[in-house]
Design a protein around this ligand. Sequence first.
Ligand code: GLN
Length: 489
Amino acid sequence: MPPSQDVTEIAVKVQSGELTAEQATERALAQIAAHDGEVHAFLHVAGDHARERARAVDRKRARGEKLGPLAGVPIALKDAICTRGLPSTAGSRILQGYVPPYDATVVTRLLDADAVVIGKTNMDEFAMGSSNENSAFGPVKNPWDVTRTPGGSSGGSAAAVAARMAPCALGSDTGGSIRQPASLTGTVGIKPTYGRVPRYGLIAFASSLDQIGPFATDVRGAARVLSVISGHDPRDATSLDAPVGDLEGACGRSLRGLRVGIPDEYFARGLDAEVEESVRAAIRELEAEGCVLRPVKLPHTLFAVATYYVLATAEASSNLARFDGVRYGLRVDEGKDLRAMYGATRDAGFGPEVKRRILLGTFVLSAGYYDAYYRKAQQVRTLLRRDFDEVLQEVDVVCSPASPTPAFRLGEKVDDPLAMYLNDIYTLPASLAGIPAMSVPCAPTRSGLPVGLQIMARPLDEATMLAVASAWEARNPTRGLAPAMAGRD
Ligand code: GLN
């Protein structure tokens, strides 16, 4: 078993000199070399770049300078996050070969904290999907069972952390793309409050929903990464100017008297029996920690899937208009005229799911249908948000499963987009409401597949959410469980 794999442990050891950033980086790169041929979590492994960077961190220490909170911590980044000098494709052929001239704000913040970027992770094309099978470059395999999906769309980031190729990673979550893969891979994944983490440099999918957030092997590590990347950025007009607070300090805080809401709507038909059992067992432990459990009602949950797939596709159709073969990435030009070039480029560059969504999105925004679909969906979104506003007055957090099933088999749902969309049922509401939500591992199924407990909290109250997650993690008898390949070198 490779030693010291958690974010905080690595940072402390690098700061004290017990471990060098270079050693931590080499260990991550060795794990990638050993297992990524099978898992395919990475689209680009930035070996030389990472080694150079790690040496710079070690030199900084040698000069006697104080190192940052992520000193020498290897981190993998979802390929939708722009990195200066490293390819950023968003899992799409249309951006194949694109190397951004700038870093996303989150990347700048990670580097300022002395983290080491080790590579870019595989994802569903433009973050559209729940299984990673929509990547233009081939799917990611779940390190727990390589015949199964790691979830999506941040499946590469989740799989990299699960297989201990990195102690942490960044993903993006528009409707569940951090929480669902975290749940399916037994990792911790956080979708922050909308606006908490700047999105400057994130290749956009649906701008009223997109949020960047961390994956990590443990809650404290995820909290540390989140605190590094959070906070106002003048380059993102949707970023909130609110204090971040001590997120790591919230881990380990007492839960005495905390009210936990259990929504009936999340324990309904379609929920796998073993997932339910595991999630309910975790919730019982919260009661033993001093929490008060209360049944709550989120009556508009039923409409979340329909609402999300109208709004997200509408926003995507607009955001993806910029990929026209003129400014970046692929160009297919048969020498006719400009329109023909646009058409040929987009036809060759986008995969079938992206095309489906652009068509759906364009349709719901079109003059004759706008009121029936887009406007209606906006109204329902308000109702969904009100559900949470009301419930989060009665309780401090809401707990549920993150995904209705454990990891499904690759190929199982590819021909049935609706079945795939329904998989997002438990993660979409928090996205539409803009509230923070996370997945933390609970007991696996009898066949050994991970299960995630979802914790949702009030806007900007990541601290309480993390306190609950860390209290459960501390009591979890299967804490720290990792797939076999995590321990094989
Ligand atoms: N699975 C959802 C979708 O396909 C959510 C994706 C995401 O959060 N990026 O849109």
